[in-house]
Design a binder for this molecule. Structure first.
Ligand code: MEV
Length: 340
């Protein structure tokens, strides 16, 4: 069941926001050039606490590119803030940690300035992620903002909003979620989304690029249809087919291939998810074999979790009791793929 997309209400500081990570089922990379994509919000979350900075020593310059971009664009009154970010989404892993950080932070800033609609939040969160990364599509931020299952650049489904960058426009639609469990596993190899996206862009600009893009388009549309028919066998076959294409454009990795091989007996199909070249895989387990899939992935060296589609997008939560900045954030390390 999908909950209605209520606006982010007005709230006063301190406040806290919870934003889900994401997992791309079909169409990563080609979506950047306007191809269809199917993305799920997943029940791994980033929580962002925001409070006014207590009086004390002068403000420390913000070095995290996502935070810097969000504050510069969407914090009008400029009061110094303290942020506390706690994440269960592994960083630089293809599971949407930076999108969730952007969506959560922008939602919190928006709430503190009178509230905002989901469409405004989606556009602002994408502007922050794209501004910090320099490349990319609004697929990841859309899933975190909307929750549930969304599809970009397809004809069917209720239109939620569209988002533009320059000449490029992406339409985001709600699609029904069959309610399956999924298994995701992080290879432990961090990836750099921006350089991977640029490398695939160069590959797709080659003479056979349009034919490759057409194959990406076909597999994503067939994948969407298979999910819509609640047909796990067909969905699994299409996940495998999408993986063959991702391998062809050079974004698989021996560790990802080892995870895909290890999980195969317990699943209908599997592929890398996100930018690739490291990061994570997603697999659709056969009924009752979720834990077996998770064990197989763990034995092959993956950090595996059974996840479900999270119906609720970004939302305000009860006030945090602690507002310390916890651990490092997406973008804190040079290999996180943000423009510095
Ligand atoms: C990254 O999670 C997905 C890519 O398609 C890039 C993007 O859409 O921003 C590789």
């Amino acid at each position: 069941m999908t909950l209605p997309l209520e606006p982010i209400p007005s709230g006063s500081l301190p406040l806290a926001v919870r934003a889900p990570g994401k997992c791309i089922l079909f169409g990563e990379h080609s979506v950047v050039l306007g191809g269809p994509e199917v993305v799920a919000a997943i029940d791994l979350f980033v929580q962002v606490g925001i409070r006014p900075r207590p009086a004390g020593p002068g403000p420390v310059p913000e070095t995290n590119p996502y935070v810097r971009e969000a504050l510069a664009r969407w914090w009008r009154d400029g009061t110094p803030l303290d942020l506390a970010v706690v994440s269960r989404v592994p960083k630089a892993a293809g599971l949407g940690s930076s999108a969730a950080l952007c969506a959560g932070l922008v939602a919190g800033l928006g709430a503190a300035q009178g509230g905002l609609t989901r469409a405004e939040l989606a556009a602002r969160a994408f502007a922050v992620e794209r501004g910090a990364q320099g490349v990319g599509s609004p697929g990841d931020t859309a899933a975190s903002v909307a929750g549930g299952l969304v599809a970009l650049n397809v004809d069917a489904g209720e239109e939620l909003w569209s988002v533009a960058h320059g000449e490029q426009r992406w339409t985001v639609r709600r699609v029904p979620d069959p309610g399956w469990s999924w298994v995701v596993a992080h290879s432990g190899i961090p990836h750099d989304t921006a350089s991977t996206v640029r490398a695939v862009g160069r590959r797709l600009a080659a003479p056979d690029g349009p034919a490759l893009l057409e194959r990406f388009r076909r597999v994503a549309l067939d994948g969407l249809a298979a999910v819509g028919k609640e047909d796990p066998e067909a969905t699994g076959r299409l996940l495998d087919e999408n993986q063959r294409l991702l391998r062809e454009v050079g974004v698989s990795h021996p560790k990802l291939e080892a995870l895909l091989e290890a999980v195969r007996p317990a699943v209908y199909g599997a592929k890398l998810t996100g930018a690739g070249a490291g990061g994570s895989i997603v697999a659709l387990p056969r009924p009752g074999r979720e834990l077996e899939a998770q064990r197989r992935l763990a034995r092959a060296g993956g950090q595996a979790s059974v996840v479900r589609v999270e119906t609720r997008g970004v939302c305000l939560v009860d006030r945090p009791t602690t507002v310390e900045r916890a651990g490092s954030l997406p973008g804190d390390d040079p290999d996180d793929g943000a423009v510095r």
